[in-house]
Design a protein. Structure first.
Length: 231
């Protein structure tokens, strides 16, 4: 019997537990790598990054964390659509036009709201008077309407489907990347929340306006793409 045959569960039942353990360990290692990849991608500044920092500074931890949770739910929905074959909708020109228009409008609205922040809003957040319920919806809306996010998941899903023999393993690892986003953003919100009380309100307002302008830039670029596709 060849040595390679002895390393199969059928050729030598004694090795079956070892092979199962190795397979599970290898799968867990891939999942941990995917989580690290997700954390690394989340650290790259983008619309969610800037809005989470702004919301946590101005409204507290739960506002930023809720935004991240909403983004996670949006990402999960996109992954379901991609893996269950409904991604063909994203290829229709009319849908792409709608996507750029919706994404641009959402980011522009958030940017304008950031520019209108007042010192009284920050004081209310310190007193716990501001609710963070709409943050989940905002995070979800940004995720499902951002062409950048959708393109990212398309690219990663294609590469992971080619890497893994099982669609389930591919989905599990892609899901772990989305989980890495949540881990990073929750940690970022916690760090910012612990230091926000030490930052004077006027500087928080300045940062909010800067991040608002950045979000307006993203929104403007999406709306420009919408107009070019429309024309």
């Amino acid at each position: 019997m060849l040595f390679s045959q002895t390393l199969t569960a059928e050729g030598c039942p004694t090795f079956r537990p070892v092979l199962i353990f190795y397979y599970n360990f290898a799968s867990m290692e891939n999942i941990l790598q995917s989580i690290v990849i997700g954390i690394s991608i989340a650290a790259i500044p983008g619309p969610i990054f800037f809005e989470l920092v702004r919301r946590t500074l101005t409204k507290g931890f739960w506002s930023g964390a809720s935004l991240s949770l909403g983004e996670f739910l949006g990402n999960f929905l996109l992954l379901i659509l991609i893996f269950f074959g409904l991604s063909s909708f994203f290829n229709y020109p009319a849908f792409q036009i709608l996507l750029y228009a919706l994404g641009g409008a959402i980011l522009t609205g958030i940017g304008i709201a950031a520019l209108r922040l007042r010192e009284s809003d920050i004081e209310k957040s310190h007193e716990g008077e501001i609710k963070s319920g709409n943050s989940v919806l905002v995070g979800f809306s940004i995720a499902i309407s951002s062409p950048i996010v959708i393109a990212l998941w398309f690219s990663l899903s294609g590469s992971y489907l080619a890497k893994f023999s099982s669609e389930f393993l591919a989905f599990l690892n892609i899901f772990s990347i989305a989980l890495g986003f949540v881990i990073f953003f929750f940690a970022l919100a916690a760090i910012i929340h612990r230091t926000r009380h030490k930052i004077p309100s006027k500087y928080v307002i300045i940062l909010s306006k800067i991040f608002g302008l950045i979000l307006l830039g993203y929104g403007g670029s999406f709306l420009y793409k919408f107009l070019t596709l429309l024309i």
